[in-house]
Design a protein around this ligand. Structure first.
Ligand SMILES: [Zn+2]
Length: 485
């Protein structure tokens, strides 16, 4: 990284809620966000005595799918372990997780820059409940909601291959794209369905020696901005602590910090001395897992094309710019819509892309709706583009037709006919209008003939005015320049 006297070394642990119907070890609904507190609970996810967990097959399949999408190996044997700790949001006093035999190991994720970040492992666990702090008549209280307790959670751990806050952001954005594309998670960050623990350390030369003091783990970041800001703050803080001769010079282990976006700073949660000992041991209520090669092959088969591959294909096959391809692929449903339109009108991939990225995306944004709710279907958009490509409507008339289609669906050709928007390409009609315009604008004609080519615009405008702006602009231009030559 330029501009700093140190090199940044970053590894990221990403927690992702899997997109299952039910929770990890019980039948309660997994989509907890927004539900009234403690309404999605049962004896299992409340940790009541005697309740036994039953693994969610779909969660295991999705976890393996995520590993495959990240080019991981799926070891033949895995198991669940108990991670013991006491916290009010953890009803059992332990979390069922995976310790030494995770579901996926040794993968990688390619960033848009082409850099590959290695994935150490991805393991399956259950989410905790949530706490709500409040104050009433001067007395502080905390409420606990177990709706999130037991929601399947995948933890994806990267190697410390990331070397700037921007690269960290690119990593989590790309990871999110891959997980959404492969159907593993919707990863709604605003609902807490994706959280990041970021390990930050600094490395530099001092007196001819490479110094690499212990890292800080920034816990529970839940937005791209928080990640950027927290990494920038903490790396600088580590450097200042080193320079001022602080604890970091003698510390032997990492510290854990939280991030306060309000104050724009990190705060200490735990130092090495009180880092917990989780006393992991194999979960006695569950058998070990051995995903069969047939099951893995089936999941691999079902993997869709990944965003980076799709982007490259859009550039190579449809001739799109990398920028346009990236915009389309940023949303799987939008990319699907685009390809459906191209399938309906294969001759115009670039023009279709322009409409999808331009007028259609603008209309979606205006109403803050997703492409799935678009009132203009992919086949209708293709039909509109066919009218433009075939010279039947001008660009400006097409925009008017699109506006009508957006209001209440409707067939573009029918709208063109009822509103009289068909483009006039009839040469004799255009030639007559050109002659009239020349006759009526002697000043512009003289100026044009004197070399002021800009005067042609006034004449084109006059012709268009006569033909109700429906004339084929290319034909108008051609006939005008012929007549004036
Ligand atoms: Zn439950």
């Amino acid at each position: 990284m330029t501009g700093t006297p140190y090199e940044l070394v970053i590894g990221i642990e990403t927690h992702v809620e899997l997109g299952t119907e039910s929770k990890m070890f019980c039948g309660c609904q997994a989509r907890w966000f927004g539900a009234p507190p403690n309404t999605l609970v049962c004896p299992v996810c409340l940790g009541l005595p005697g309740a036994l967990p039953v693994p969610n097959r779909r969660a295991i399949e999705l976890a393996i799918t995520a590993g495959l999408a990240l080019h991981c190996e799926t070891p033949p044997h895995t198991k669940f372990d108990r991670k013991n700790y006491l916290y009010p949001d953890l009803p059992k006093g332990y979390q069922i997780s995976q310790y030494d035999l995770p579901l996926s190991v040794k993968g990688w994720l390619e960033l848009p820059t082409g850099k590959k970040v290695r994935i150490t492992r991805a393991h399956l666990e259950e989410d905790t409940g949530t706490l709500k702090h409040g104050e009433d008549a001067g007395r502080r209280y905390t409420l606990v909601d177990f709706n999130r307790s037991g929601v399947p959670l995948l933890e994806i751990v990267s190697e410390p291959d990331i070397s700037s806050a921007e690269e960290g952001e690119a990593y989590v954005r790309t990871l999110r794209d891959v997980l959404i594309f492969s159907g593993v998670s919707e990863m709604r960050l605003e609902e807490g369905a994706g959280r990041f623990d970021v390990n930050v350390s600094i490395r530099f030369q001092e007196n001819g020696k490479t110094m690499w003091p212990p890292q800080s783990e920034i816990k529970n970041l839940n937005s791209y901005q928080a990640l950027r800001d927290a990494v920038a703050y903490e790396s600088n803080r580590l450097w200042e602590e080193w320079r001022s001769g602080g604890d970091i010079r003698t510390r032997t282990g990492k510290i854990t910090v939280g991030w306060s976006p309000e104050r724009g700073r990190t705060y200490l949660q735990r130092s090495k001395e009180d880092v917990e000992d989780y006393r992991y041991f194999p979960e006695p209520d569950l058998v070990s897992l051995a995903p069969s090669p047939a099951m893995i092959a089936k999941l691999r088969e079902a993997l869709p094309e990944m965003p980076s591959e799709r982007r490259a294909r859009f550039v190579a096959v449809y001739g799109l710019s990398d920028y346009d391809a990236r915009l389309l692929v940023s949303d799987r449903a939008l990319a699907d819509y685009y390809e459906a339109a191209v399938k309906a009108e294969p001759g115009q991939p670039k023009l279709i892309a322009n409409w999808v990225i331009g007028d259609l995306t603008a209309a979606l944004k205006r109403e803050t709706i997703q492409i799935g709710a678009s009132r203009v279907g992919s086949e209708q958009l293709a039909a509109l583009v066919r009218l433009i490509g075939g010279g039947k409507v001008s660009g400006s008339a097409a925009k008017e037709i699109f506006g009508e289609m957006w209001k209440d669906g409707g067939d573009p050709e029918a709208i063109m006919n009822t509103r009289g928007l068909a483009q006039v390409s009839d040469e004799s009609a255009i030639a007559a209008a050109v002659d009239e315009a020349i006759e009526a604008n002697p000043g512009a004609v003289a100026a044009y003939k004197a070399g002021k080519t800009i005067a042609l615009g006034a004449l084109v405008g006059a012709v268009m005015g006569k033909l109700g702006r429906k004339a084929n602009a290319a034909v108008v231009n051609r006939i005008l320049t012929e007549r004036l030559a």
